[in-house]
Ligand binder design. Structure first.
Ligand code: SF4
Length: 339
């Protein structure tokens, strides 16, 4: 690992003032929260920030509910703490399950929600620090498009990059009308969560709308009553400690067997956290049957662009959507899931 300055601010304002967005050699300083991504990438020399600004002392580690039901979730709340919180576990299980099904217990105990939504792709060429990679080295090319691309995206890709977004929680959070609260040298702002990530298009090196010195301080969201009927389906190579090959975050507002409103997020298959809005619109007013669930899955993957090794993600993703819809519809909200 290359030398870097370690900085320890007293609060978020001080952290933003310290972070040194200009840095050296094209890379600015970085914030350090759980460190579960950035330390790995620094060891690999994929990122080489001249300084790390440790957010350990700055607080931002509580989940609080206002009188109007708005939840405020601090950016330094750990994945484990959020997964266990009753507001998620009991009222929006998709937000809890997406966390429980991610990473390992050790990682969930230290990784934070602020860092979690910003985790970097698992594209092997991004991390090998040798191959052409437009995300790591803009303009150098993309080794994955003609190379090994089994894990990579089929939705939201561009000719410059097909890297998949690797996280889980963001695919669930995108179902809710959440906002991201940030702080920077220009002050604070709120960003709709659905607008945080940007498609790779011609600039895959840019992954979010955040400025170089902009710190996520928390999230605000309301959990509607129907979010109890929600869950997270995750298909992966092994049943623990593996990234999604395809995942579906599903929440349903039902009137008997009829869908009033469906919300569907996709993971493992897209370059950004992905909302399947056309599939949601198709389901509105439909009876939820195996046939309509499968059709929704097909619609969710309309326009998918598979590559040599990842075409299996299209049927896998369709089936994940259908399974999520059928399982969510069969939840017995008084207790156990119906068999
Ligand atoms: Fe780099 Fe993206 Fe291509 Fe992977 S898919 S090699 S991250 S440009």
């Amino acid at each position: 690992m290359r030398p870097f300055n370690y900085q320890r601010p007293a609060n978020a304002e001080e952290a933003v003032a310290m972070v040194d967005p200009m840095g050296v050699a094209g890379q600015g300083g970085a914030f350090l929260a759980g460190g579960t991504t950035i330390i790995d990438l620094m060891k690999l020399h994929v990122v080489t920030p001249p300084s790390l600004t440790d957010l350990g002392p700055v607080g931002l580690d509580e989940i609080e509910e206002g009188n109007d039901g708005t939840l405020h979730v601090g950016a330094r709340v750990t994945m484990a703490k959020a997964a266990e919180h009753p507001a998620f576990r009991d009222r929006a299980p998709v937000l809890s399950e997406a966390l429980w099904k991610a990473a390992s217990a050790q990682l969930r105990n230290v990784a934070t929600l602020g860092g979690n939504v910003l985790q970097r792709t698992r594209c092997p060429y991004f991390r090998d620090n040798v191959s052409p990679c437009n995300k790591r080295d803009p303009g150098s090319g993309c080794a994955a498009i003609g190379g090994i691309n089994r894990l990579l995206a089929v939705l939201g890709t561009s000719e410059q990059c097909i890297a998949n977004y690797a996280g889980d929680w963001a695919n669930a959070l995108i179902l809710f009308d959440a906002t991201v609260e940030t702080m920077s040298g220009d002050g604070g702002r709120e960003i709709p969560f659905a607008d945080l990530h940007v498609l790779p298009e011609d600039h895959p090196e840019r992954e979010t709308v955040l400025g170089d010195d902009e710190l996520i301080t928390g999230y605000r969201l309301k959990i509607p009553g129907w979010a109890r009927r929600s869950l997270y389906v995750k298909a992966r190579d092994r049943d623990s400690y593996a990234f999604a090959l395809a995942s579906a975050a599903v929440a349903l507002d039902m009137d008997g067997d009829t869908v009033r409103e469906a919300r569907i997020g996709l993971g493992g298959v897209a370059t950004v956290p992905w909302r399947a809005r056309e599939a949601e619109e198709f389901l509105s007013g439909q009876s939820l049957t195996e046939e309509t669930a499968m059709r929704a899955g097909e619609i969710a993957f309309d326009g998918a662009q598979p590559y040599e090794h990842n075409a299996f993600k299209v049927p896998l993703g369709r089936n994940a959507v259908a399974k999520g819809l059928l399982d969510a519809a069969s939840l017995d909200l008084a207790g156990e899931a119906q068999q």
